[in-house]
Design a protein around this ligand. Structure first.
Ligand SMILES: Nc1ncnc2c1ncn2[C@@H]1O[C@H](COP(=O)(O)OP(=O)(O)O)[C@@H](O)[C@H]1O
Ligand SMILES: [Mg+2]
Length: 329
């Protein structure tokens, strides 16, 4: 609704991960290169992790775009990882265009194996991409490991890309998944942008949306500083803040987003509250300190309560981190 007012051709801070809006920061570029190289060179297993809203799904879409340029590549893209092993295999087969209904697990595996061997013989690349892979149960991760066994003496028949939040790393570290971890050929990690990258990101997204030289006037440096402060450089939060700031500026009929507007938006979204509660990216040690303090406070108050109930509370608070609700970033 504000596009005409700000002389833009499209919405600059759309939340859907659209490859045409890709801003190639150093980290995103490196991760994309690792993904592409791993898949095209048949490295087998590639893992990308990153916090919520750091651009993982966008990265997958960029990879798919690159892969689609070659007719030699077929892919299956799983984004719902809460499936049973049979549903998981059925989903993959259908995505590859194979008949899956009515087949039991071994029939599904057989069909998939034949498909992969056929493609492998023609030196074609076949990829399985799993987004939100941190949700995969140990059972499904074991299925994934079995799929990674599908190989000939000189080539891996299925390239597997696992993408998920940092919990995925923890899952892969667990003893039961050691074999799977050993098979990972390449790893990449996405994170929050720094202040300079945030400035570049906002500028480039505005340019992609058709902003001319007036982009600097639309988001002056001081305004960008506030966006960085409240978003802590997480791209999804940057988008949310900037999109709402543009709507507010439009409603007030002003042609430049002032720092005050960012403060208003941050307040509306209670981002200052999130900042003090959750900063896994940069202040892990602060969180540890907070955790200890909160456990101590619990301990002091527990000392004023009957012993048994108090002990239970403390161990619960420590085990669950802080006992507080951590808002999504
Ligand atoms: N390098 C980037 N260039 C352009 N937009 C980005 C970039 N990284 C993240 N974004 C944007 O941030 C938002 C969150 O990205 P998304 O891929 O959904 O994150 P994740 O999957 O890690 O939660 C999307 O709107 C996406 O377009
Ligand atoms: Mg995602």
């Amino acid at each position: 609704m504000y596009k005409k007012f700000f002389h833009l051709t499209r919405n600059p801070f759309e939340l859907t991960p659209d490859p045409t809006c890709f801003v190639p920061t150093k980290r995103h570029n490196e991760a994309l290169a690792a993904l592409y190289y791993g898949v095209r060179r048949h490295k087998g297993f590639v893992v990308v992790t990153g916090e919520v809203g750091t651009g993982k799904t966008l990265l997958i879409r960029c990879l798919l775009r690159l892969l689609k340029e070659s007719k030699e590549v077929a892919y299956a893209y799983v984004f719902n990882s809460r499936l049973t092993p049979a549903e998981f295999l059925q989903y993959i087969l259908s995505d590859f265009g194979l008949a899956a209904s009515g087949k039991n697990k071994s029939e599904l595996l057989l069909e998939l194996g034949q498909f992969l061997v056929g493609r492998g013989a023609k030196k074609q690349t076949t990829v399985l991409i799993i987004d939100e892979a941190h949700h995969l149960s140990a059972e499904l991760l074991e299925e994934v490991r079995l799929l990674s066994n599908l190989e000939t003496s000189d080539d891996k028949l299925l390239q597997i890309v696992l993408v998920g939040q940092p919990e995925l790393d923890e899952k892969l570290d667990s003893v039961g998944l050691r074999q799977l971890k050993q098979r990972i050929a390449l790893r990449a990690r996405l994170g929050a942008l720094d202040a300079d990258e945030t400035r570049g990101y906002i500028g480039q997204r505005l340019q992609i949306a058709g902003a001319d030289a007036s982009a600097n006037a639309l988001f002056p440096q001081q305004t960008i500083d506030r966006v960085f402060r409240h978003s802590r450089g997480f791209p999804r939060l940057i988008n949310t803040i900037c999109e709402n700031a543009l709507i507010t500026a439009y409603a007030r009929q002003i042609s430049s987003v002032s720092p005050g507007i960012i403060e208003d938006v941050a307040k509306e979204f209670r981002l200052d509250v999130v900042t003090s509660f959750d900063d896994r990216a940069g202040r892990q040690s602060d969180i540890e300190v907070e955790r200890v303090i909160s456990a101590l406070l619990d301990l002091f108050s527990a000392m004023r309560r009957p012993a048994l109930a108090g002990d239970l509370e403390i161990s619960r608070a420590v085990a669950s981190g802080t006992g507080r609700h951590e808002p999504d970033i």
